[in-house]
Design a protein around this ligand. Structure first.
Ligand code: PAF
Length: 268
């Protein structure tokens, strides 16, 4: 695996591959890698000839008082994992490279970024869209892979690629869960044993909604109430939202059915 920290070099590596008729796949990450990230690498390896994985903790997507400083970092461990997974290029730019002092341009995502985490985390999706636009510009991938764990982020990035005319196909990978159902996330490392146990209620709430749909309940507000009630059973978990939405527009759905999604966000 090649490790590259400069935009010129990563772009050159990508262009060399393109010139040989190869498909370039990008897996953007903030590091502290887990099996969820590695499943995206696997998807990229299946669909692309050359896989670039970026490792960059993006400061602009963290709001004031959020965990930019504390965000788990394990550069050597990440590089080892990426190498073992068959990644061709690890792109590890510095903050100064991605955000030189004179850089003042940002990407403001549209309607998809306004609800849900857009309300709970003002400025978050602008930071995500800006860094992803920069990564697309640096790497010039044919394909890019993002996890469905951050479903709203995935849709915001699909819209970004479409609206800004990037010739890149954005793909989503399914959530990878721990044995007890908790979605894998680098931030799970923050949880104490007690919090880690409590956090499983997020999966429990979604499972309750799914079971209720399977039993014939389709009313979206009723399903949201069921998810809220499930989360409320855990005192350590503070719900941000539980919603049944249209899976393409993220607008609240009237009824659960094909194409709708249940979303839950909470702080533990
Ligand atoms: O999902 C993430 O890890 C980040 O938001 C991303 C897409 C790598 C942008 O920094």
């Amino acid at each position: 695996m090649e490790r590259i920290a400069s935009v010129e070099e990563v772009r050159q590596a990508s262009r060399d591959a393109r010139r040989e008729g190869k498909l370039v796949g990008l897996v953007p990450t903030m590091g502290a890698l887990h099996a969820g990230h590695l499943s995206l690498v696997e998807a990229a390896r299946t669909r692309a000839d050359v896989v670039v994985a970026s490792v960059f903790v993006n400061p602009t997507q963290f709001g004031e008082g959020e965990d930019f400083e504390a965000y788990p970092r394990d550069r050597d461990g990440d590089l080892e994992l990426l190498d073992a997974e068959g990644v061709d290029v690890a792109f590890t730019p510095s903050v100064d490279l991605m955000y030189p002092e004179e850089a003042g341009t940002a990407v403001r995502p549209g309607r998809l970024a306004r609800r849900w985490c857009g309300v709970a985390r003002p400025g978050h999706f602008e930071g995500v869209a800006t860094v992803v636009a920069k990564l697309f510009g640096a790497v010039e991938p044919h394909l890019a892979f993002f996890g469905e764990k951050d479903y709203q982020q995935l849709l915001v990035i699909e819209a970004l690629a479409c609206d800004l005319l990037y010739p890149v196909t954005v793909g989503g990978g399914p959530i990878v869960r721990e044995a007890d159902g908790l979605a894998m996330s680098s931030r799970n490392a923050y949880l104490s044993d007690e919090e880690r146990t409590a956090a499983v209620v997020l999966h429990g709430a979604l499972a309750t909604a799914r079971q209720s749909v399977e039993a014939g309940e389709t009313d979206a507000r009723e399903l949201e109430r069921l998810m809220e009630r499930a989360v409320a059973t855990e005192g350590l978990v503070e719900l941000e939202y539980a919603a049944v939405v249209d899976g393409a527009t993220l607008e609240p759905a009237e009824a659960a059915g094909p194409g709708t999604r249940a979303l839950v966000a909470a702080r533990v």
